[in-house]
Design a protein around this ligand. Structure first.
Ligand code: HEM
Length: 401
C-alpha cells in the first residue's frame, strides 16, 4: 500500500479500534510528504528532534497553507515564544506553590473521594459504562472544581468542548463544515467563560479562574481575551483527554484479567501501568499542525519552510527502534519512555494531575469490582483519530466491594 493511503486509513473511522498495524507500515517512511504538500513524521527520534527544534512552530497561522481562520486568537498551546512562555507562566503560577495553596499531590484525598462516590454509584447494579459512570465525570468534576466552573453547568459546555475536540485535525465532513462547527462551539464556550470571568473579577474566590483574572505581577496581567482562551484550553484539556486514558486503561486491563489481579495485590503497580498506557494506548495520537519556519532536513528529507507537519506521537511510542517489543503491554518494563504528553516547551502542563487521576481511578476500579469483564470488544469509539478513545465501555461485574 502507498504510504499516503496508509495515512488516510489511519484516519478512517473503521480503523479506530486498532490503528497500530497501520502505524507500523507508516514508520517505513519516517518523514512522509502528502499530496497537499504537508508532512507526517512517525518515528520516535525524529518526532523528539522536531518537538525540541525552535524552527518548528505550534502556530498554524504561520503555514503557507493555513487552516480556516478561527474566531479567537490562539491559546498558548498553539502559540510560539515569547508569547507562549508568558502565557504558560501566567497560567501555571495558579496551579501550585508558591503562588497557589496546593500541589497536585495535596489533592490525593479529594480525588480519592470523588472516585469513591462514583464507584459507590454503580454498586447497586452489575453493569456499568466506564465512560459515562466513571472516566468522564471524574476528571470533569476535578477540572471544574480547580478552575471554578460550576459543575451543574456541565451539560451546557460538554457539547461545545466535544465539538472543539472533534473538529481538530483531519476528520469526517468537509473542511468548511468542520470550520463552521468549530467556530460556533468556540464562540459559545468563550461567551460562557467570559461571563464567569467577569463574575470572578467582581467577586474573586480561590479558584484558578479568579487567579487568572486578578493577578497583576511583574510579568503583567492577562487581557480579557487571554483569560478566555487560557480557561478554554484548561477546561478542554482537563475534559477530553484524561477520560480516554482511564477508559483505554480499563479496556487494556480487562483484556488481560491477570493484570487486574496484580494491581489488586500490588497497588503501586498502577504507577507503571499508567505510564505504559501513555505509551501503548495514548489519548493524544497526533499533534496535527506544526509548521516549519525554515527548511529542515530530517531522516534525509528536507521539509520546506512553510510546510505543515503532523507528528504521529502514538506511532513514535511504538517505534521498535526505540522500544523493545513495542506492541506488548508490559508495565514491568525497566524504563518506560513515551510521547504521551508531547515534549519540548509545550510538554503537557497537566501531566501530574492526569497521571494521578488515572492511577487513582484504575487502582480503585481494580480493587472494588469483583470479576469485572468486557461486554463488547472492541467497544464503540469516538470519531476523532487525534484524541482517540472509546465512546462507551460497557462492563459487567459480580458485585462492588
Ligand atoms: C499540552 C497530553 C491532560 C493541560 C499537552 C500535549 C499533550 C498533552 C500531548 C502537547 C501538545 C503540543 O505539544 O501541541 C495530555 C494527556 C492528558 C492531558 C494525554 C491526559 C491523560 C491534561 C490536563 C490538563 C492539561 C488534565 C490541565 C489541567 C495541558 C496544557 C497544555 C497541554 C495547558 C499546553 C502546554 C503548552 O503549550 O505549553 N497535553 N494532556 N493536560 N496540556 Fe495536556
Amino acid at each position: 500500500m502507498e504510504p499516503a493511503t496508509i495515512y488516510e486509513q489511519i484516519h478512517q473511522f473503521a480503523n479506530r479500534a486498532n490503528p497500530y498495524p497501520l502505524y507500523a507500515e507508516l514508520r517505513k517512511t519516517p518523514v512522509l510528504r502528502l499530496e497537499d504538500g504537508s508532512y507526517v513524521v512517525s518515528t520516535y527520534d525524529e518526532i523528539v528532534a522536531l518537538l525540541h527544534d525552535p524552527r518548528i512552530s505550534s502556530d498554524k497561522r504561520k503555514a503557507d497553507n493555513p487552516p480556516p481562520e478561527e474566531p479567537l486568537p490562539p491559546s498558548f498551546i498553539t502559540t510560539d515564544p515569547p508569547e507562549h512562555d508568558r502565557l504558560r507562566a501566567l497560567a501555571m503560577r495558579h496551579f501550585g506553590p508558591p503562588h497557589a495553596p496546593r500541589t497536585v499531590d495535596d489533592m490525593r484525598g479529594e480525588l480519592h473521594e470523588i472516585v469513591k462516590d462514583l464507584i459507590d454509584g454503580i454498586a447497586d447494579r452489575t453493569q456499568a459504562d466506564v465512560v459515562d459512570d466513571i472516566a468522564y465525570p471524574f476528571p470533569v468534576t476535578v477540572i471544574c472544581h480547580l478552575l471554578g466552573v460550576p459543575r451543574e453547568d456541565e451539560p451546557k459546555f460538554h457539547h461545545w468542548a466535544e465539538e472543539i475536540v472533534e473538529t481538530l485535525g483531519v476528520g469526517e465532513g468537509g473542511v468548511e463544515e468542520r470550520a463552521r462547527r468549530r467556530h460556533a462551539a468556540i464562540m459559545a464556550l468563550a461567551t460562557y467563560l467570559g461571563g464567569l470571568a467577569q463574575a470572578r473579577r467582581e467577586n474573586p474566590g480561590d479558584d484558578v479562574l479568579s487567579g487568572l483574572v486578578t493577578y497583576e505581577g511583574p510579568d503583567g496581567a492577562l487581557s480579557e481575551i487571554e483569560v478566555i482562551t487560557t480557561a478554554t484550553l484548561l477546561l478542554i484539556a482537563g475534559h477530553e483527554t484524561t477520560v480516554n486514558l482511564i477508559t483505554n486503561g480499563m479496556l487494556t486491563l480487562l483484556r488481560d484479567p491477570g493484570l487486574i489481579e496484580r494491581i489488586r495485590n500490588e497497588p503501586d503497580l498502577v504507577i507503571h501501568t499508567v505510564e505504559e498506557l501513555l505509551r501503548f494506548e495514548p489519548p493524544v495520537q497526533f499533534l496535527p499542525q506544526r509548521v516549519a519556519l525554515d527548511d529542515i532536513t530530517i531522516a534525509g528529507v528536507t521539509i520546506p519552510k512553510g510546510s505543515s507537519i503532523a507528528l504521529a506521537l502514538a506511532s513514535g511510542s511504538r517505534d521498535p527502534a526505540h522500544v523493545h517489543d513495542p506492541d506488548r503491554f508490559d508495565p514491568d518494563r525497566p524504563y518506560i519512555q513515551h510521547l504521551g504528553f508531547g515534549g519540548g516547551i509545550h510538554h503537557c502542563f497537566g501531566a501530574p494531575l492526569a497521571r494521578l487521576e488515572a492511577q487513582i481511578a484504575l487502582r480503585e476500579l481494580a480493587r472494588r469490582l469483583v470479576n469485572p469483564r468486557l461486554v463488547t470488544d472492541p467497544p464503540p469509539y469516538r470519531p476523532s483519530s487525534t484524541l482517540r478513545g472509546p465512546r462507551h465501555l460497557a462492563i459487567e461485574y459480580d458485585r462492588v466491594l
